[in-house]
Write a protein that binds this ligand. Structure first.
Ligand SMILES: Cc1ncc(COP(=O)(O)O)c(C=O)c1O
Length: 387
């Protein structure tokens, strides 16, 4: 298994955060200001307007960049803003090859917004096929989400990078690292050009912010992304930036606990008579378990499974849970359960959902940090009631 950097925990607490020079405050203040005083036109302390830059946001950008092993970070208004910024770099006629089981909102942007603006996306099962099977001379981006949402497919990042590096012009390899978090996966170290996060999820970890981030080592690429962000205004505000910065301090502790609970529940569900099949990258039965072992530092806190029966059985199960809350989103300290077909992935056409295997009995768990026995008993009781 890819080894995690030993100083990750220290970076999570300290990266990007310096005592405030005017007061010595150990915590980065919330710089709630739109503008900054200049001593002479163009003469200022590095900040002129908060759409362009803000000290609280900058601290967060440095923190996330450090955790991803990147030089440059941008903190955004949401994960979808990150998708949109990357797509704004393309031109009419350009083409994207994307993982088929991509987050529903990302797929919606590709299909319903960017296709209209002349950028077509081919959705491909990149676990079974190489990018070369779908690429055209106009392919400018390879869009990888791994593990995917909701089917937890694991895509071999190095394989896509090695193909991209042989092409001229070379397509960008983008990795949405939201599910793994930088604690469990380092796409830049595997050769990816850009990492995307919905910081709404594990990075913030407390279900009280919607935010996003982009990280890269390529200065030119960073300048282009910042130009687009500054032009369109998709920024993380100072209070949201501060909350995410605060959440990140406990990222390592939280991720360890999410994973311990997720692994135990995946093993429990795999043996449960009411469960048809469990998908968790840490299980030997997962089709890409070996790829996950090779490229991740751990397997994360998301578990997906198929219940036995029909939609009614899934509904009874979801209505009976008491510790797990039925809600969209993921990555918070509290356990959530989602019915992708009706909730998070409803924007994907029914035919495509059926082809992917997002069925009426598919359930996605975001396993929180509560007591394992409470979580297991909750699932067990609700599974009994689902019959
Ligand atoms: C994997 C993944 N990427 C991107 C997003 C979009 O993030 P946001 O909701 O912060 O815009 C989500 C949201 O659920 C997601 O799960």
């Amino acid at each position: 298994m890819e080894k995690r950097s030993s100083n990750f925990e220290t970076l999570a607490v300290h990266a990007g955060v310096k005592p405030d020079p005017s007061t010595g405050a150990i915590m980065t203040p919330i710089f709630a200001t739109s503008t900054y005083v200049q001593t002479s036109p163009g003469k200022h302390l590095g900040y002129d307007y908060s759409r362009t830059s803000n000290p609280t946001r900058k601290a967060l950008e440095e923190s996330i960049a450090a955790l991803e092993g990147g030089k440059f970070g941008l903190a955004l208004s949401s994960g979808c803003t990150g998708v949109d910024i990357l797509m704004h770099m393309l031109e009419v006629g350009d083409h994207v090859v994307s993982v088929d089981d991509v987050y529903g909102g990302t797929s919606r942007l590709f299909r319903t917004i960017w296709a209209k603006h002349g950028v077509q996306t081919t959705f491909a099962d990149l676990t079974a096929h190489s990018v070369s099977d779908f690429a055209t001379p106009k392919t400018k981006v390879i869009w990888i989400e791994t593990p995917t949402n909701p089917l937890l497919k694991v895509i071999d990042i190095e394989r896509a990078v090695s193909w991209a590096r042989k092409q001229n012009p070379r397509p960008l390899v983008v990795v949405d690292n939201t599910f793994a978090s930088p604690y469990f996966q380092s796409p830049l170290a595997l050769g990816a050009d850009v990492v995307l996060h919905s910081t709404t999820k594990y990075l913030n970890g407390h279900s009280d912010v919607v935010g996003g981030a982009l990280v890269t080592n390529d200065e030119e690429l960073f300048k282009k992304m910042h130009h687009i962000q500054n032009s369109m205004g998709g920024i993380s505000g100072p209070f949201d930036s501060w909350l995410v910065l605060r959440g990140i301090k406990t990222l390592a502790l939280r991720m360890k606990r999410h994973e311990e609970n997720a692994m135990a529940l995946a093993q429990f569900l795999e043996k449960h008579p009411q469960v048809e099949k469990v998908l968790y990258p840490g299980l030997k039965s997962h089709p890409q378990h070996e790829v996950a072992k090779k490229q991740m530092h751990g397997f994360g806190g998301m578990v997906t499974f198929f219940l036995k029966g029909k939609l009614e059985n899934a509904q009874r199960f979801l209505e009976s849970l008491e510790v797990f809350s039925l809600a969209e989103s993921l990555g918070g300290v509290e356990s959530l359960v989602d019915h992708p077909a009706i909730m998070t992935h409803a924007s994907i056409p029914a035919e495509t959902r059926a082809k992917l295997g997002i069925t009426d009995t598919l359930v996605r768990l975001s396993v929180g940090i509560e007591s394992l026995s409470d979580l297991q008993n909750d699932l067990d009781k609700a599974l009994q009631k689902s019959k």
